[in-house]
Write a protein that binds this ligand. Structure first.
Ligand SMILES: Nc1ncnc2c1ncn2[C@@H]1O[C@H](COP(=O)(O)OP(=O)(O)O)[C@@H](O)[C@H]1O
Ligand SMILES: [Mg+2]
Length: 326
């Protein structure tokens, strides 16, 4: 069985192939038609060892569902995910080994930590779960980890409510890193923070991934945040990747009209007169047969409502799903 980490690191460290996730209709689900659409629809992507892949798209496009699938928190109905060359079906039999090497940071630091535990217990808890270490070894790792994330000894005896939002997010980062993972899944880790704190946490993540040789899947609805941190970017719309490329290519030469809309929507984007999307009605109208972005697209033609474009390579490592890419 190959699901131990005593083997060389496989590159790509994470490989997602044709992942499809459909949430079942629930008795109370009012919007039946939307719920029966796949939340994630045929997504494929690779995370190179020590690389950072960004997933960006507006709320509801399926970003967290990908994160939950990687973390074995939801059951895909199609496709497969391989971590270090081994499928999650095998890793499911050895979850402790998996979670010691694949860790996560969530959006809301307050709801992802136990308010009744002191910071030192919160951060060191994974060590008790994953390893048999002496109390000296635990203390050593705890102190080394808090230094890495910019916390001090004084913080260790505090409770979460005594820390700021940024401080609490540092705690969740320390908890994620103490088991020395090789892959970090960060789902909107700065979205719940004040703007000034966001930059500090992003800088911290950038330093940590360098220092600890981390590979990362970084999820955000904000394309400028993803641009700051990631080597490659996947743009998602309604469960599908509509464009993906290395960062510089995506920033300077994006070709999907939805990617254009994301860049134009940034606060420092072009002035209203210079925008291609003069008015974005923001309608999430569903186009059953064609391109899911067609109802909002400024370039949509009859074909776009009739046939769904495939994701095709339009340049080196640059993929786009648009009949009339710019
Ligand atoms: N547990 C669930 N049950 C049913 N539908 C869900 C569930 N979680 C998410 N969804 C739906 O799946 C789609 C994708 O959600 P999600 O992955 O959370 O998107 P994002 O993280 O991009 O905002 C949305 O339409 C959402 O309403
Ligand atoms: Mg989400």
């Amino acid at each position: 069985m190959s699901e131990s980490m005593n083997q060389p690191i496989h590159d790509p460290i994470l490989s997602i192939k044709n992942l499809t996730v459909v949430y079942k209709d629930t008795l109370f689900s009012l919007k039946k038609s939307r719920f029966s659409r796949p939340a994630v629809d045929g997504v494929s992507l690779d995370v190179p060892h020590r690389g950072t892949i960004g997933i960006v798209g507006e709320s509801g496009c399926g970003k967290s569902t990908i994160a939950k699938s990687i973390l074995m928190m939801t059951e895909p109905c199609g496709g497969e995910i391989l971590f270090n060359g081994t499928g999650l079906d095998s890793w499911r039999r050895n979850r402790l080994a998996y979670y010691s090497k694949v860790q996560m940071i969530w959006q809301d630091p307050f709801s992802s930590i136990n308010p009744k535990m002191r910071i030192q217990e919160i951060i060191s808890r994974p060590l008790h779960n994953f390893f048999h270490l002496s109390s000296d070894e635990i203390a050593q790792r705890l102190h080394a980890t808090i230094r890495k994330v910019g916390l001090t000894e004084d913080h260790l005896v505090m409770y979460p409510h005594e820390l700021s939002g940024g401080g609490r997010q540092r705690v969740t980062i320390a908890r994620a890193l103490i088991s020395e993972p090789i892959l970090l899944i960060a789902d909107e880790p700065t979205s719940a923070l004040d703007v000034s704190i966001q930059a500090q946490i992003l800088n911290l993540l950038k330093e940590l991934k360098q220092d600890m040789a981390l590979s990362m899947v970084f999820i955000s609805h904000n394309i400028s945040v993803v641009e700051f941190l990631c080597d490659s970017i996947c743009v998602m719309y309604m469960g599908r990747i509509v464009e993906s490329a290395p960062r510089e290519v995506l920033v300077k030469d994006h070709r999907h009209w939805y990617t254009t809309l994301l860049f134009e929507s940034l606060p420092n984007g072009p002035r209203p007169k210079e925008r291609k999307f003069k008015v974005d009605l923001g309608e999430l109208a569903v186009c059953e047969k064609g391109c899911s972005f067609a109802p909002r697209c400024i370039r949509a033609e009859k074909l776009c409502f009739e046939s769904s474009p495939d994701l095709v390579e339009i340049g080196p490592d640059h993929f786009c799903a648009c009949h009339f890419h710019a």
